[in-house]
Design a protein around this ligand. Sequence first.
Ligand code: G6P
Length: 608
Amino acid sequence: MCGIVGIVGREAVAGRLVDALRRLEYRGYDSAGVATIHGGRMDRRRAEGKLFNLEKLLDAEPLPGRIGIAHTRWATHGVPNETNAHPHFVEGVAVVHNGIIENFSELKDELLSEGAVFESQTDTEVVAHLLAKYLRQGLDRRAAMLAMLNRVAGAYALVVMFENDPGTIMAARFGPPLAIGHGQGEMFLGSDAIALSPFTNEITYLVDGDCAIMTAGGVEIVDYSGKPVQRRSQISQASAFMVDKGNHRHFMEKEIYEQPEIISHALSHYIDFAANTVKANDTAIDFGKLSGLAISACGTAYLSGLIGKYWFERYARLPVEIDVASEFRYRELPLSPSQAALFISQSGETADTLASLRYCKQEGLKIGAIVNVRESTIARESDAIFPILAGPEIGVASTKAFTCQLAVLAALAVGAGRARGTVSAEQETAMVRHLAEMPRIMSRVLNEVQPQIETLSRDLSRFKDVLYLGRGTSYPLALEGALKLKEISYIHAEGYAAGELKHGPIALIDENMPVIVIAPHDRFFEKTVSNMQEVAARGGRIIFITDEKGAAASKLPTMATITLPNVDEIIAPMIFSLPIQLLAYHTAVFMGTDVDQPRNLAKSVTVE
Ligand code: G6P
């Protein structure tokens, strides 16, 4: 989603603004722009496509100036071209925006009837026109900003600069995040602390309904009526992480290979390895007393929640209601305060997940957040925070966040089972031992399967459609496998519960649609093998992802069999995630797609 940066600095800002935009590239975008004020004149450069294009423009025609704002745009209203790229200029007002102005067409009609001329197809331009109108009516800049904020509806992070005030940037937040960075005689703002990490780690997060007036000397924060509000600054962890690819070709590859180390770090937060027990965590939610659990999330985070449902129900005998957040938020699901709700989000900013959280809060439920960004909105609005400790995930396709979410959910489910008396001390010890072994097994699998998967990916890249099948916790993995492959390689892929094969997808089986079967030798194995028989009988090609026992037990011909070590059920989803991620990754690399920033996708989805 759109990325925003602003600097009121002591020295030239254009280069630093583009550097900061680069740190926001992971969010996904299709055009970019920057504006500065110099010598009483506001100027901008904007370009379609990647930042490289914007940099070329800046090299040819540099933008001097010690104050500036910049933006990467993920198109919502209007195609991604230069005219629709931000900043938008109207009569000495510059605006960049992340989100959607929901009443933009009504505001646009009003402004058009008053003679405004619109250059772009964006919703953002109404903000610049509204501000220009209020300034023309004689309001001062601050009053114009507040008047504008009281007119616009929707979800937005807005940043504004005025040509006749080269010392101030104004910003407002209602939905998508905005972080203010405190420097030495300079101030910064950005969509997240990662963008600002080269400049400062002292961060103040705006909350919904805040308007910030930022100068080089500091920031004043008021509400939309102009009343001052106090927001404390904090030291962000973002700068503690090196956000680069190291020796890897892509962030996604780096993040796949980081998993053993990162998951062991995440587990140590939840598990006492010496005692072989799950640690008592955030106690705001008492899993022992719950009548049920509601889980909501989007995308890959939703699929980790779906695996979590199997675990909470099986190990803790806790019924789980789960849905994608975009449905959950509107379902008017009857809930009771004896239940708790868990929201899973890498970014902690996903608009639909946040709306679902607020619905559950209103219904009186205790709220738990399984998040990667601990300072995020979802974390801040929750009673209990369960960090996944994956470090910044830059690749748009989630990998390490997924397996860390799973590790946290597994630990929580085992802990809940203990609290509810459905997991004995011996069972807890056994499961914790398996979890503790996981990083080592992950390393081994990553090394062992990589060459085979790279070769297989060449074959897979020739196909237009792929079907993934799995049962039990391998069913959400089948969904995740299909999601991963389609989002980065653009090959059409679908995930199905293996038992559903005969209720529809079997009609598609032929030699042109490989079927990837995910089947560890667990209690469902025989049944899944029967489904494989059905595929083989119809001339389908099978890619079999199984373990040593499974490979020995099945005699069916396959296009390829990827054999993993035999592992316990509780860690199988994390281990089996690895070949699925590598298969999608290498297929995409082979096809030459933009692996880290696939077309049309965004890392942090702050609009509905
Ligand atoms: C986007 C990303 C996915 C992610 C989903 C939910 O679609 O591309 O990788 O799973 O949003 O994001 P969240 O930050 O809430 O986990």
